[in-house]
Design a protein around this ligand. Structure first.
Ligand code: DX5
Ligand code: ZN
Length: 220
């Protein structure tokens, strides 16, 4: 039986009601909250940073999954760790040295993950795969919620899953972008274990039922 974890991207949540939204999702059995941090440089959009993370950390016990889409992530690792991050993922396409950034994240006592944009070949992750707990495969171009899933990314997930098996590595594969009831089973089949869901989840009248449907489909 596969254990699938769902990480809700708060980018699509009602920001003025974040406390109520996260409390509701925690009751509904959500596994993680996903924070899309954007700086207007690495991606053409700006969202939120440490103060919002710290505020949410004070009102929930949920695992906090922080996705940094910023130009120089290593500069802010310590501050995101102090604000309550449990997992920090950053792009290997950023300006920070990946090995040093992973080390800084671990030094701050947080789980580390690398992120690959859709056009980055999975092989570029190889030098870091022994060091990370998570590999995040972007299944849309980073920057915005509500985009369509890029089907070619299923092969990237499969390749990373196969590499882990062949080399006895234990990183988890996370996918982010365009995940819904139709795409979830395909990425789970390919080997993804953490599913970021934004617009699809926040569109649901019954998010609990939607999350359970995705988990049951994976189990069956
Ligand atoms: C895109 C973000 C995603 C996004 C996912 O840059 O990394 O986390 O919020 O949103 P949906 O599920 O709507 O594609
Ligand atoms: Zn994200």
């Amino acid at each position: 039986l596969k254990t699938i974890q769902i990480s809700a991207s708060i980018l699509s949540a009602d920001m003025a009601n974040l406390t109520a939204v996260t409390e509701g999702l925690e009751r509904d059995g959500l596994d993680m909250l996903h924070f899309d941090v954007m700086d207007g440089q690495f991606v053409p959009n700006i969202t939120f940073g440490m103060p919002v993370l710290a505020a949410v950390d004070h009102c929930t016990n949920l695992f906090l999954d922080v996705h940094l889409m910023i130009a120089d992530p290593i500069r802010y690792v310590k501050q995101f760790a102090e604000a309550g991050a449990d997992l920090i993922t950053f792009h290997i396409e950023s300006n920070s040295d990946p090995a040093a950034t992973i080390a800084a994240i671990h030094e701050a006592g947080v789980k580390a993950g690398i992120v690959l944009k859709p056009n980055t070949p999975w092989e570029e992750a190889i030098p870091y795969l022994e060091q990370v707990e998570v590999v995040l495969v972007m299944t849309v171009e980073p920057g915005f919620g509500g985009q369509s899933f890029l089907w070619d990314m299923v092969e990237k997930v499969k390749a990373l899953r196969q590499y882990a098996q062949e080399h006895g590595l234990s990183y988890q594969i996370e996918v982010d972008g365009g995940i819904n009831a139709e795409t979830a089973p395909r990425v789970i089949e390919a080997g993804a274990e953490i599913l970021v869901i934004g617009s699809y989840l926040f569109r649901q009248a019954d998010p609990k039922a939607a999350m359970n449907a995705i988990r049951e489909e994976a189990a069956g």
